[in-house]
Design a protein around this ligand. Structure first.
Ligand SMILES: [Zn+2]
Ligand SMILES: [Zn+2]
Length: 365
């Protein structure tokens, strides 16, 4: 059996075999009138995928296909999704596959904070109880509300990383009114940071890239940063003290040694926004005077709303924003190599699995 009865996937069958994925098939939940089925052409690797595949969030179920930066073509459209999608449309799916439209957050338009959200993988479909499966697969079945149109001028491989990493960096720029002249510091020139620098620049902000060492200074400036701070160098930190309106922390470390010095870079009334998941045992501690005397704000941000996500894709097309990607044709060895490469921190700056037609050929139209 192949699609539409079953969907072929490549993922974690045995967590103890990390980093070696295996091929498997799963039976998708029933097709509903709001759904679209997508034949997948590319899926980028988010840091979360590595964490999930290694069992870092426990082992909710196996087999599981990770991957939630998905681009593909629509191959089936439910009756209620047909006003927005047609067969052949190029579309994307991100880290969530369901918002309830019925909780306080959804009612207020903050769907990304939905109490009943379901993740694209490591989630359970509310109605059927079927565990969700991600994008390292031949197809995916998703509620059309969570599916986005990809503008023609974005290349498939370059659009994929926008679906999770891109919106994670872009939504807090919108939410914090980053605009012409805003002095923003972006911590971490990596998967999310390298996109956030481009977005902030396109919004007209004056961007300072902040990284431990100067090894990524040249890249940061190519991406649109005007200034560069080496946070491991006290002189560099002193030079930029009190210069920023907002700091976006994309780095996964929230350790005290990382946060305390960062806050000194803010001007009075500044904001530090945290957008990445640190190890579970890390907490932020700020003393009251540090926070009160300059009227600082600490904010968190998770992904973005569906409306912001579509806006981001259109904005990226309009402003020629392109994630820097390394591509790998999907198969057991290459997915394993790509996971290890991403985990090592050496990827510049997003790994994207491609060539789905070759690997999943039998099940495709
Ligand atoms: Zn992600
Ligand atoms: Zn909700």
């Amino acid at each position: 059996m192949t699609y539409p009865e079953t969907i072929d996937a490549l993922g974690v069958v045995d967590y103890d075999k990390w980093p070696v994925p295996s091929k498997f098939s799963y039976k998708p939940r029933e097709f509903r009138e709001n759904d679209v089925d997508i034949q997948i052409d590319a899926c980028a690797i988010c840091g979360s995928d590595i964490h999930a595949a290694k069992g870092g969030w426990g082992r909710p179920y196996a087999p599981v296909a990770v991957g939630h930066e998905i681009i593909g073509k629509v191959v089936k459209v439910g009756s209620k999704a047909s006003s927005n999608f047609k067969i052949g449309d190029r579309v994307g799916v991100g880290a969530r596959c369901f918002y309830c439209q019925n909780c306080d957050a959804c009612d207020r338009g903050f769907e990304n904070n939905c109490e009943n959200k379901v993740s694209t993988y490591f989630g359970v479909d509310k109605e059927s109880g079927v565990p969700t499966q991600g994008g390292d697969a031949s197809h995916i079945r998703v509620d059309g509300h969570m599916v986005f149109h990809i503008p023609d001028s974005l290349e498939t491989n370059e659009a994929a990383p926008l679906l999770c990493g891109g919106i994670t960096g872009f939504a807090p720029l919108l939410d914090n009114n980053v605009t012409k002249g805003t002095k923003i510091g972006i911590v971490g020139v990596g998967g999310i940071g390298h996109m956030a620098i481009q977005f902030a620049k396109a919004l007209g902000a004056e961007v300072t890239a902040i990284s431990r060492t100067r090894s990524k200074e040249e890249d940061a400036k190519k991406l649109g940063a005007t200034h560069f701070v080496a946070s491991g160098d006290p002189e560099s930190m002193k030079e930029h003290k009190g210069t920023l309106d907002i700091i976006l922390n994309t780095s996964s470390s929230l350790s005290q040694s990382a946060i305390d010095p960062l806050v000194t870079l803010l001007r009075a009334r500044g904001t530090i926004a945290l957008i990445s998941f640190p190890p579970a045992d890390e907490k932020i501690e700020l003393s009251a005077p540090t926070l009160l005397l300059p009227n600082l704000t600490v904010k968190g941000s998770a992904l973005g709303t569906p409306e912001q996500t579509q806006y981001m894709l259109n904005f990226a097309a309009e402003h020629n924003i392109k994630p820097w990607v390394e591509t790998f044709d999907i198969n057991e060895k290459n997915l394993s190599d790509a996971w290890v490469h991403v985990e090592s921190g050496k990827v510049r700056y997003r790994a994207v699995m491609t060539g789905f037609d070759k690997f999943f050929g039998d099940s495709r139209q």
